[in-house]
Design a protein around this ligand. Structure first.
Ligand code: ADP
Length: 686
């Protein structure tokens, strides 16, 4: 063979082996190319690939240097080895099967694209490889030339690619899991990426959204101009703000948008990443809240306006120290000073040198103020007479109504900046109304003057009349003088009764004027109040026949320092009312109860009579006030007893009030301080 022929042959053979890398033709036994051993030797030595020559029984007959290096053998170690020794153990069996099948029908097999073939080096280490086979005839025998390529780098690259792809897949899953809309748009705002969150939020599928211009698709309304946003994005690389979008179905979607610019290595903007969080519901709630707030403020302003228009002073206090919650303008006029919101009552009074006095102008302890009683004792106080001494020294007689309010009233009010709802829940609340009665007092004063004079003037003729009638009856009974006819005696007894009533009335009237003018002096002395009450009860028990009257007490003696006559007058009035206003008979129970916390004793007078109508309860302690049902029942009275009783009890430092239900009965409560509280007060009229 000439040198040219060899070179030509070698070229063909190399091409043939190389083609095995890309070749697609099927090769059959009959058209196997033939090669000479010289050419084969040249191919082996010149080929840049690792080549093995294998016979049809799988024995390696030759190997080039590259193949020996690849598998870690000396070149002369490979011939004579079975091909499977170059495979990892686990592949050998299956390879044997493949090889036998291949020997039966040898054909050209190109390099595979998959990377799942592995070779085994002499030292046992493995590496990924690819292999192409080329059956060839050599000296009348079929052999196979195997070209082997180390695929380690490709394999590692592929592994990295797979890992990267996996990471991307997870990231994409995460992005799709988000409820936020995440989208990527190119520099001219065409959508490049659109996650599930975006689909949920806007109603457009990724397929529909990709390629569309975001602001057109979502009808974006911007808080500032788009140019400003784009400028900021370009300058700072990011933008955050609120955008208004439109859902596919037309409803408005408000989002909190964060946008970040993505730039390439040259710094050119390639895309914008936009994350939009739906805040529609939050904004709607805020709007509803703010409009509710405005309505509340408007209502409060209207309420304040109404309160300011009222002629009476109205204020609401809360908490143990009676802090001011709201007040009208008349309150300022009556106090003579402005009471700042949230200032405790006593601090306000002390700061402004304002004093609260009793009806007679005497000191009134804070715990007996109508406001304090409603607030701290949960008591509804009607028509309590107090005097306010203003900062300028002027004294204003007032009637106070104070009502404890339940905390549910408070809940409906907006919590102010000063207190939380939690605090409010525990706090007490009271509404207090002051009525300036100076004008009434003046008129009353004149009336009292008149009544006082009239009663005083009536006393002497009445006394003469009473003495005359009594002595006429007494003398007639003794048989002195001309005997009287029965009818004459009856008439005289009627006159005596009427005179007695008139005497009582004038006494009451004089008491009223005396109390009004503060001229009443209590004659206090230590008194067994239980014995006194028992005496009064027994006196009534002897005269009544229709009613049951009973005193219930565990104690026989309890000493209090009182004007016994005056307290007897009060008890008499309460018991006589209980009997008088129980025309259908019934029972009257008198009870004692202790109030150790207040250092008071309490006497209750309970009846089952006609009761006092609800709407008249507030005024029943007024002078000459009588309930309609009493008048309608034809029960006579003057409407002075309760007024006198309350004034006398309060003069003792006690209180008088009642509970009553029309048609069911009433209970009057009377409290008196225990112990010596007189402190030489017998001379005082307070
Ligand atoms: P008087 O009994 O002389 O009318 P009071 O001042 O004692 O005067 O009572 C005022 C009014 O209060 C009475 O007219 C009556 O309407 C009502 N009242 C007082 N006590 C009772 C009672 N126990 N039950 C029902 N009504 C009563």
């Amino acid at each position: 063979m000439t040198h040219e022929h060899r070179a030509q042959d070698l070229q063909t053979a190399q091409k043939s082996v190389a083609e095995q890398g890309q070749g697609t033709q099927e090769t059959t036994m009959t058209d196997l190319p033939t090669i000479t051993s010289t050419t084969l030797a040249d191919v082996l030595s010149f080929s840049p690939d690792a080549l093995l020559v294998v016979d049809m029984d799988g024995n390696i007959t030759a190997a080039n240097g590259e193949a020996a290096i690849l598998f870690g053998y000396q070149q002369d170690e490979l011939p004579g080895q079975v091909l499977e020794c170059l495979l990892p153990e686990r592949f050998r069996q299956s390879h044997l099967t493949h090889r036998l099948a291949y020997a039966a029908a040898p054909r050209r097999r190109p390099m595979r694209t998959g990377l799942h073939l592995f070779g085994r080096r002499k030292d046992g280490s493995e590496f990924p490889l690819d292999i192409s086979l080329r059956p060839i005839r050599l000296d009348q025998t079929n052999i196979v030339i195997a070209a082997i390529r180390d695929m380690t780098i490709q394999y590692e690259l592929e592994q990295q690619r797979l890992q990267h792809a996996e990471r991307l897949r997870i990231q994409s899953d995460l992005i799709n899991l988000s409820h936020d809309a995440i989208l990527i748009r190119d520099p001219i705002n065409r959508i490049l990426s659109w996650n599930h969150g975006a689909q949920e939020l806007y109603g457009w599928t990724a397929q529909e959204a990709l390629g569309r211009v975001t602001h057109t698709l979502l009808q974006t309304r911007f808080p500032v101009s788009l140019v400003e946003i784009d400028t900021q994005l370009e300058r700072e690389g990011c933008w955050e703000g609120e955008l208004t979008h439109t859902h596919r179905n037309g409803h408005v979607v408000i989002v909190e948008s964060r946008q970040v610019v993505i730039r390439n290595a040259e710094g050119t903007t390639t895309a914008v990443l936009e994350i939009n969080r739906d805040i529609t519901r939050r904004r709607q709630l805020e709007q509803a809240q703010s409009s509710a707030h405005e309505t509340t403020l408007a209502q409060r302003a209207f309420l304040q306006h109404l309160l300011d228009a009222l002629p009476s002073s109205i204020y609401v206090v809360h908490g143990k120290d009676a802090r001011l919650l709201l007040a009208n303008q008349t309150a300022t006029t009556i106090w003579g000073a402005q009471w700042p919101l949230e200032q405790p009552m006593q601090l306000f009074l002390a700061t402004n040198h304002i004093e609260i006095l009793d009806a007679q102008g005497g000191h009134l302890p804070p715990e007996t103020w109508a406001t304090t009683r409603a607030l701290l004792q949960d008591e509804t106080v009607y028509q309590h007479q107090e005097i306010i001494q203003q900062p300028c020294g002027k004294r204003l007689p007032i009637l106070v109504n104070a009502v404890p309010l339940s905390s549910s009233h408070w809940h409906s009010m907006e919590p102010s900046e000063h207190h939380t709802l939690d605090q409010c829940e525990q706090e007490c609340l009271a509404l207090v109304i002051h009525q300036d009665v100076s004008v009434l007092k003046q008129a009353e004063y004149l009336k009292d003057e008149f009544i006082g004079i009239a009663a005083h003037e009536l006393r002497t003729p009445l006394a003469i009349l009473k003495t005359a009638v009594s002595s006429l009856i007494r003398q007639a009974a003794r048989g002195h003088g001309t005997p009287l006819e029965d009818w004459q005696l009856e008439m005289l007894e009627d006159v005596e009764q009427a005179t007695n009533r008139l005497t009582d009335l004038t006494k009451d009237l004089l008491d009223v004027t005396r109390l009004q003018s503060g001229r009443n002096v209590l004659q206090r002395a230590p008194t067994n109040i239980v014995a006194l009450t028992r005496r009064v009860v027994e006196r009534f028990a002897q005269t009544i026949t229709q009613h049951h009257i009973e005193l219930q007490t565990a104690q026989e003696a309890l000493e209090v320092t009182i004007d016994a006559k005056r307290i007897e007058q009060v008890l008499t009035n309460l018991l006589s009312n209980a009997i008088k206003y129980s025309p259908q008979r019934g029972s009257v129970i008198v009870r004692f109860a202790a109030r150790p916390a207040e250092n008071m004793l309490e006497i209750q007078v309970q009846d089952t009579g006609i009761g006092i109508p609800q709407q008249q309860q507030a005024s029943i302690f007024g002078r000459f006030i009588r309930a309609d049902n009493a008048k309608a029942a034809g029960i006579s009275g003057t409407g002075l007893g309760l007024y006198l009783s309350r004034t006398l009890v309060e003069q003792h430092g006690g209180r008088l009030w009642f509970t009553s239900e029309e048609g069911k009965g009433s209970t009057f409560f009377l409290t008196l301080p225990i112990g010596d509280v007189s402190q030489g007060e017998n001379v005082s009229a307070t």
